[in-house]
Design a protein around this ligand. Structure first.
Ligand SMILES: NC(=O)c1ccc[n+]([C@@H]2O[C@H](COP(=O)([O-])OP(=O)(O)OC[C@H]3O[C@@H](n4cnc5c(N)ncnc54)[C@H](OP(=O)(O)O)[C@@H]3O)[C@@H](O)[C@H]2O)c1
Length: 239
């Protein structure tokens, strides 16, 4: 918070439950203006074991559980973590829409979705955000990001740093010239890429958090933005 962070992304499955409990333990009662986005519908039943569960019954329980753990009366942003292939997508969204009408959720978001999911969900309830994997090195969801920007929906790239650490020649050159780190250049590129972009770099280190947040104040020069945008981040074998 002291660094100016006003948005935290979490999920019931992180831990499971531990991340939400720690956020409440550290920050409740929450400062004004802080937005906590959580997610449900994808359970973690053991290390590395993820189980789809976006049934109406489970989503209702998930929202109640997150409210309790986060010590909130209303969740600012509740995101469907991933569509459940064994449950009607409309049924999941109708349940979340009902919980929103009841005031338990303020805004609804989606994660790990296609453009078709976004448009289908919006026929049922307003959607304020989409969270898919995206970074300088991974632009698979470029077209969905563009769609979100056009529609006034926030795009929350997960793993915004993840793959950049492998190093990229242009990123390294830009970092050297600008006297930033390559990860800061990657974050600055994301922020210039779209006005809809809301990066959520993850870290377990205070020093890394400070370094990453500083990147929000760095303005990527036009020439570097252009050159970095033209990089094809795919490995040669996949182009
Ligand atoms: N919706 C989904 O399905 C989904 C999936 C995955 C993640 N997420 C969300 O997205 C957030 C970010 O994703 P992520 O954590 O997987 O990937 P990430 O933010 O791209 O990368 C995190 C990794 O980068 C390292 N790192 C961070 N800052 C660094 C720095 N300045 N220098 C060097 N290394 C640095 C971290 O290690 P250190 O701890 O050592 O800093 C950690 O290993 C998560 O916290 C979560 O909220 C969502």
């Amino acid at each position: 918070m002291e660094l100016g962070v006003n948005f935290i992304d979490t999920a019931d499955s992180y831990g499971p439950y531990v991340s939400e409990e720690l956020i409440a333990e550290a920050l409740a009662p929450y400062p004004a203006g802080l937005v906590i986005g959580t997610k449900g519908g994808w359970e973690r039943v053991g290390p590395g074991q993820w189980v789809h569960n976006a049934s109406p019954k489970h989503l209702q329980e998930a929202v109640e559980g997150s409210l309790k753990r986060l010590r909130l009366h209303q969740i600012d942003l509740f995101q469907l973590h991933i569509p459940d292939p064994a449950v009607s997508f409309d049924a999941s969204m109708e349940t979340l829409a009902r919980l929103r009408e009841q005031g338990k959720i303020r805004h609804l978001g989606l994660s790990n979705v296609t453009l078709e999911h976004v448009e289908r969900a919006r026929k049922i309830v307003p959607i304020v955000s989409v969270q898919n994997r995206y970074s300088f090195a991974d632009r698979e969801w470029d077209f969905l990001l563009n769609h979100c920007e056009q529609q006034g929906i926030a795009f929350i790239p997960w793993a915004p740093l993840g793959q950049n650490r492998q190093g990229n020649e242009v990123l390294e050159r830009a970092a050297k010239e600008l006297e930033w780190t390559p990860l800061q250049v990657a974050l600055a590129w994301l922020l210039r890429r779209s006005s809809a972009m809301l990066p959520i770099p993850g870290t377990s280190s205070a020093a890394h958090a400070e370094e990453n947040i500083r990147a929000a104040g760095l303005k990527l020069p036009d020439a570097w933005f252009k050159e970095l945008s033209e990089v094809n981040p795919l490995p040669a074998s996949l182009r």
